[in-house]
Design a protein around this ligand. Structure first.
Ligand code: NDP
Length: 316
């Protein structure tokens, strides 16, 4: 993109930022507010960054939030801060890469609340910064961002409470994981097409893609594998998550209306958090906005299997 193009993009971003800042001041009408203080929202990786902000904003809107962290003390610290603001928040330990931790969490939720209404899969890792493209921690990245999130979805789905407004799953993802983005896409057009088409998309295809990447890491050939060039491991993990969101939405659409679960993903933008070493053009509060908006959409406006950024739908 040339200098003028970059300038225009910056202006558009700033304009949208101001529009959203205004939208956030518009209160939900009683008709739009489908939730109550009994509505239970779970947020993963919520001890800091975007997750903390999503937890805070959902609680400010009046939901009961279960604030989870892989370190219980950090969950407790974050919860204590929010409780001091009078918000209804509860801490719980949850490491999404640990099957035992996820199972214990699910059992605890069942006992404590009988189920949940909103699940925000925010927990994630990225070990690259700036222009780095190391794959040293690729296994952890894929195990956390894709397989950990998938484990959460599959474990929590039976606990999502039936209701007329539908339960909601919000996956925090990234534009870096777009299959057909202008930049950073998968080089193999057949794989791209197979990921995009309903008839060829499957969990097996995703597993095969990730296994293939990891085995190329082992034999040192990954750089010629046609993978996304920026933050390769992270981009692939988020691509898998995006594609899985579409796949899962299709399966969930077969449910009866009263057991409807809506699942969508979003990109928070480039946000100043620990993950970006506090670089970025948005605050955590702004980065959380689209996720909170998606979680609270009135039932007549909600869809499933979509990808959002700045409160608008974007292409996968
Ligand atoms: P942070 O590093 O501040 O927060 C990440 C959170 O995930 C932390 O709470 C971290 O816990 C938690 N986490 C990591 N691994 C696990 C695990 N195995 N189990 C449970 N929790 C875990 O980053 P952000 O707030 O920026 O990131 C939040 C989400 O937003 C991520 O999914 C990220 O990929 C996504 N995102 C962020 C962007 C940005 O510009 N910041 C851009 C696009 C997407 P701990 O504190 O213990 O490390």
């Amino acid at each position: 993109m040339g200098k003028k193009g970059k300038e225009r993009a910056r202006e558009r971003r700033e304009q949208r930022r101001q529009e959203i800042s205004h939208l956030r001041t518009v209160p939900y009408s009683p008709h739009e507010r489908w939730w109550s203080k009994e509505t239970v929202a779970v947020v993963t990786g919520a001890n800091q960054g975007i997750g903390y902000e999503i937890a805070r904003q959902l609680a400010v809107h009046g939901l009961h939030v279960v604030l989870t962290s892989r370190d219980f003390d950090r969950a407790l610290g974050a919860t204590t801060n929010l409780q001091a603001e009078g918000l209804s928040v509860q801490p719980c330990q949850l490491d999404i890469t640990d099957a035992g931790s996820v199972m214990s969490f699910a059992s605890w939720i069942q006992l404590e609340h009988g189920g949940i209404d909103v699940l925000v899969n925010n927990a994630g890792v990225n070990f690259n910064r700036g222009a780095d493209n190391s794959v040293e921690f690729a296994e952890t990245v894929i195990k956390t961002n894709y397989y950990g999130t998938k484990r959460m979805i599959d474990t929590m789905l039976p606990l999502m409470r039936p209701s007329s407004f539908g339960a909601r799953i919000v996956n925090v993802s990234s534009r870096l994981g777009r299959a057909n983005g202008r930049k950073n896409k998968i080089g193999d057009p057949t794989l791209r097409e197979n990921l995009m088409k309903d008839e060829t998309l499957s969990e097996e295809l995703l597993d095969e893609m990730l296994t293939n990447f990891l085995s190329q890491l082992n034999d040192g050939t990954w750089q010629n594998g046609g993978w996304p060039q920026m933050y390769t491991d992270y981009s692939l993990s988020k691509l898998a998550l995006n594609v899985y969101t579409r796949l899962k939405a299709r399966r969930l659409a077969e449910r009866l209306d009263s057991h409807r679960v809506y699942i969508n993903c979003f990109c928070p933008g480039w946000v100043k958090t620990q993950m970006t070493n506090w670089e970025g053009n948005m605050s955590a509060e702004e980065g959380a906005d689209t996720g909170v908006w998606m979680a609270l959409l009135p039932v007549e406006n909600i869809s499933s299997g979509r990808f959002y950024a700045e409160r608008r739908e974007i292409d996968f």
